[in-house]
Design a protein. Structure first.
Length: 200
């Protein structure tokens, strides 16, 4: 029994490690092929298994497809266009940004009046977002985690949250773009390891 468990554990490790190693941002997707709702629901189920210190369940998800992506892009572009000295190219980029994949998940963290809980909620949501990205890779999907004005600019974010039906106190942590790949992602990043092992 122990040998079987060890073998199963080794196989599980290899599967999970492979998904993590292969995860890369990729927006080379088939725009005409929607991601089934049940697949997105499975990915969200993975997200909410992330560590959540105070068990506040801070995750908030809004799944955009079809015209909903276009509506949000128009709203964001309109808000961005109100800013002084903004370039037309930047406004247009915001207008079409959510059309780069057939499915986009807006992921937000519930606000909390306790600053420590509010801080930790955001980290729990970010961990859940990474679970979605790894799960998407394992499911054969391309994915990308994006931010943008709807997340980082206070006035634009306020309008975006209203459009998405989020609470004003919620904070958008990211937008996950999902689709079926039509081209492979880029190469693995070459990162110099910066690790220290401290013992006795």
């Amino acid at each position: 029994m122990l040998e079987q468990a060890t073998t199963a554990g080794s196989t599980n490790w290899q599967i999970v490690a492979e998904a993590i190693r292969n995860r890369r941002s990729n927006l080379n997707v088939d725009l005409e092929r929607p991601v089934p709702r049940e697949v997105i629901e499975d990915l969200i189920e993975l997200a909410v298994t992330a560590p959540n210190h105070y068990r506040t369940n801070p995750w908030r998800f809004v799944v955009l497809s079809g015209k909903a992506r276009e509506r949000l892009g128009h709203l964001v572009a309109g808000e961005v266009g109100k800013q002084p000295d903004v370039k037309d190219s930047f406004v247009e980029r915001n207008r079409v940004q959510f059309l780069r994949a057939p499915s986009v998940i807006a992921i937000a963290s519930a606000g909390d009046p306790d600053p420590i809980k509010d801080f930790e909620n955001k980290h729990a949501v970010a961990a859940g977002l990474q679970n979605i990205l790894i799960g998407a890779t394992a499911a054969g999907l391309a994915s990308a985690w994006k931010s943008g004005a709807a997340m980082v600019d206070p006035s634009v974010s306020a309008a975006a949250k209203d459009e998405l039906g989020l609470d004003p106190a919620d904070e958008i942590v990211g937008f996950v773009y999902l689709g079926y790949p039509v081209a492979p992602p880029g190469p693995k990043p070459k990162v110099e390891a910066r690790v220290r092992f401290l013992g006795e």
